[in-house]
Design a protein. Structure first.
Length: 86
C-alpha cells in the first residue's frame, strides 16, 4: 500500500493521504498531478518516500541512497499512461 500527498503552496501543508494500491497507481498519480502541483510525494506503509515529483522531475530513491531523476516529458507521461511505469 502506498500514500500520495500534494504540497499546498499557499501554506506549505500537505494534503491528506490518497491511498494507492499499486506501483502503477503511484506513477499515474504523479503524472496526473505534476502539471499543477509543485511537489508531491508517494510514501510506503512506513512513511518512507518511494517517489517524489518536484518542478516536473520524477525522483526515485535507489537502494544505494542515490536518486534517479527523470524529467516528466510528454514521452514519459505517455509511457506511464500506456505502458505502466519507467
Amino acid at each position: 500500500m502506498f500514500y500520495g500527498y500534494c504540497l499546498n503552496p499557499a501554506d506549505g501543508s500537505w494534503t491528506p493521504p490518497v491511498t494507492l494500491a499499486t506501483a502503477l497507481a503511484c506513477y499515474q498519480y504523479c503524472a496526473a498531478h505534476q502539471g499543477y502541483i509543485e511537489e508531491l510525494r508517494i510514501t510506503d506503509d512506513e512513511d518512507f518516500i518511494v517517489l517524489q515529483v518536484r518542478t516536473h522531475v520524477l525522483r526515485i530513491p535507489q537502494a544505494d541512497e542515490t536518486i534517479k531523476e527523470l524529467p516528466l516529458s510528454p514521452a514519459l507521461l505517455a509511457y506511464i499512461y500506456v505502458q505502466g511505469a519507467p
